[in-house]
Write a protein that binds this ligand. Structure first.
Ligand code: SF4
Ligand code: SF4
Length: 548
């Protein structure tokens, strides 16, 4: 990038007269070094304050091009700016305290695009200053092929279609509420995605994979390309130059279906996006709910199922997820359709909440007994008392009864537990895993441990105070020793990863947000966090202020 150095220096000098630059100016070129992202995350976290003065600014300098640059045709921001916006959200720094210096003539559009895609706050934009210079966009060419763009589909509860669950929602492929499946399968979004992948160009929705790859972590893209026997050469044979694929060549191997958000629980780890009950509660608490307006009406639910059903015939695997799939009429319609077409060898994968096995006069166990391959994960975190708190509306006795019924009536079902690991659930989940293994309810190796991040970042285990991290580190280490002693090695590595993750960053400034959230829902649901989790009752002593 050719820059007018004199102009840059002049800009910095005049900027410094008006504003106090916090720390050092952060150069975009740091992003291109191996692990640069992590360093910048750590640096931003270290200079974060509970309160910035109105004349204080964190300054970035766009001294080189993004690896994936702003694309005006898709209005998709470059990868560096996207990461900056995501980090500011995670670390809790308000955009108005951040300025980007750049010679990119599109910087204003790019900042608007990144705000729309990744900022959850009030639309306050990151500031920018244009510096004279020659800025040319570059599109980096590297292998970006991903079989999932041809072979998998992920349906969100509001009828949005994504190629996989790691894909960024702002770049979704379409929505079945307003479009037909044919529109989406031949639509401009999926065509652009496939075309990019065949031409080694990065796509804005796939940044999670690129980020992992750059940091030496195997991405979903890499894992699936090894697993699915569908190569780039195979894709080229059936894909036209504009990215389109003819209907006769479309076979979706795997479908992950959240048919709608109907659910009978209000889990602390969840949001109104996945649970209709939470969406209704949000409206009662806050007077309005973004999620409630997205709940599908009966007519829309029927349309989604009608559109999806023909594509279930060739799927090797169908995953049913939440809301609560056992309460979704469409789920039973799909099973009826598969059985009518002798597809009882389709692998069915469930994530259920363990509170229900029936829908009207239909028993899910009767259905399961007609299928050969069933994997069921029941969502459980914590022992009885903590479980009923963390998954509001659940009942421990019903949960145990559900597990016993599945084991007795449908013994061929591969049954496991999905535990969401949060700052409040981790300790009681460790106890649960041990207790259930010893009492032969579910073996320790059948626990899938999912870390909570994202919209519920206030429950992220990195927010725990130092004293609790030390205590929990020991608990995890002792638990791993026990897992070894009973030959349950499956989750040892996962617990080690969880421990490392917990210790990797200090996000304790989010504790005040967690406290506010917990106490608000406690008062609304007539619950008491401090009595339910006495071991964590001092968690909010000495909390740091959050962003203002
Ligand atoms: S590259 Fe990654 S995010 Fe994109 S579709 Fe493939 S797995 Fe999903
Ligand atoms: S059961 Fe699933 S969908 Fe329902 S509230 Fe809990 S996490 Fe959300």
């Amino acid at each position: 990038m050719i820059l007018d150095e004199e102009n840059l220096q002049y800009t910095i000098n005049s900027f410094s007269k008006e504003y106090n630059i916090i720390g050092e100016i952060i150069y975009f070129s740091q992003f291109f070094k191996h692990g640069g992202e992590k360093n910048i995350f750590k640096y931003l976290n270290s200079i974060r304050k509970g309160e910035f003065l109105s004349n204080e600014r964190i300054v970035f300098f766009q001294d080189c091009y993004d690896e994936y640059s702003y694309d005006a045709s898709e209005n998709s921001p470059g990868d560096c700016i996207s990461l900056i916006q995501k980090y500011l959200e995670k670390i809790d720094i308000t955009n108005c305290f951040v300025t980007i210096l750049s010679s990119n003539p599109d910087i204003d559009k790019e900042i608007r695009a990144v705000n729309k895609a990744y900022s959850t706050t009030d639309g306050t934009l990151i500031n920018f200053i244009n510096i004279l210079g020659d800025y040319k966009k570059v599109i980096s060419k590297q292998d970006t092929f991903c079989a999932l763009a041809w072979k998998e589909w992920f349906l969100k509860p509001d009828a949005e279609i994504l190629p996989c669950c790691s894909y960024d929602r702002p770049y979704n492929l379409g929505n079945l509420k307003t479009e037909s499946i044919s529109d989406i399968l031949h639509g401009k979004n999926v065509k652009a995605l496939r075309k990019n992948m065949l031409n080694n160009i990065k796509s804005p929705g796939c940044q999670t994979c690129y980020y992992n790859e750059k940091n030496g972590i195997e991405s979903r893209r890499q894992k699936n390309n090894k697993k699915i026997s569908f190569s780039k050469e195979d894709a080229k044979k059936i894909t036209s130059s504009d990215g389109d694929v003819k209907d006769k060549h479309i076979f979706l191997n795997s479908l992950e279906l959240s048919l709608d958000s109907s659910c009978n629980l209000k889990c602390r780890c969840c949001s109104g996006d996945s649970s209709s009950l939470i969406a209704h509660e949000e409206e009662k608490i806050f007077g309005t709910s973004y999620h409630k307006n997205k709940i599908l009406k009966n007519q829309e639910k029927n349309k989604v199922v009608e559109e999806i059903i023909p594509y279930t015939l060739n799927a090797k695997e169908i995953k049913f997820a939440g809301g609560e799939p056992t309460l979704h009429k469409g789920h039973y319609q799909i099973l009826d359709f598969l059985l009518k077409n002798n597809k009882n060898d389709t692998e069915l994968v469930y994530s259920i909440n363990g509170s229900n096995l029936k829908f009207k006069n239909k028993s899910i166990l009767d259905y399961w007994n007609n299928f050969k391959n069933i994997n069921v994960s029941i969502s459980v975190d914590g022992n009885k008392r903590q479980f009923e708190y963390l998954r509001h509306g659940s009942n421990w006795t019903t949960l145990i009864d559900t597990i016993q019924k599945i084991k007795t009536i449908s013994p061929h079902v591969n049954l496991g537990v999905l535990s969401v690991i949060s700052s409040i659930s981790m300790e009681s989940t460790i106890e649960l895993q041990k207790k259930w293994h010893i009492s032969n309810i579910v073996s320790a190796d059948k626990f899938l441990l999912q870390l909570i991040t994202g919209h519920n970042g206030q429950y992220d285990i990195q927010t725990l105070p130092e004293s609790h991290k030390k205590r929990l580190k020991l608990i995890i280490e002792n638990h791993c020793v026990w897992l070894h002693s009973v030959n349950q090695f499956g989750s040892v590595n996962r617990w080690q990863e969880i421990k490392n993750y917990m210790l990797a960053a200090d996000m304790s400034h989010k504790l005040s947000q967690a406290k506010r959230d917990i106490e608000l829902f406690d008062s609304f649901r007539n619950e008491n966090f401090y009595e339910t989790f006495p071991e964590l009752s001092d968690m909010f002593d000495n909390i740091k202020p959050t962003k203002h």
